[in-house]
Ligand binder design. Sequence first.
Ligand code: ZN
Length: 150
Amino acid sequence: MAKLQIRKIGDEVLRKVCRPVEEITPRILTLLDDMTETMRAADGCGLAAPQVGILRRIVVIEVEQGKVIELINPKIIATAGEQEGPEGCLSVPGRQGVVKRPRHVTVRATNRHGEVFEMSGSDLLARAFCHELDHLDGKLYVDRATYMED
Ligand code: ZN
């Protein structure tokens, strides 16, 4: 595994729309492993491929330690409720903002074995789903924040 360089706000790669993964190649599997290593080394709870300069629809999330969620071509298929709370991003170091998100989110995605699955999450996991999937469409939480603190 290798640690990758995390792109920071202002880098135009963070503003692009990512392409779907058409085939799960060894390169994609290596990327998933490297993204998890990079996320952990940076002490983050989520990382999207564009944050390491790869314009593919791939996300890793670890809100519960030891339970890495890998999402390939993820889509939000249902949301419910609302929550407002602080959010940060490895691409926006040293800052936090208050963002409104759904309380419950269900995603559909492909796993590393090519199987489609659905997963539901609440609270922090719901927030992570929304935040990381936004990255795949070139959106950053600072675009949505109602309040930013330094
Ligand atoms: Zn982020």
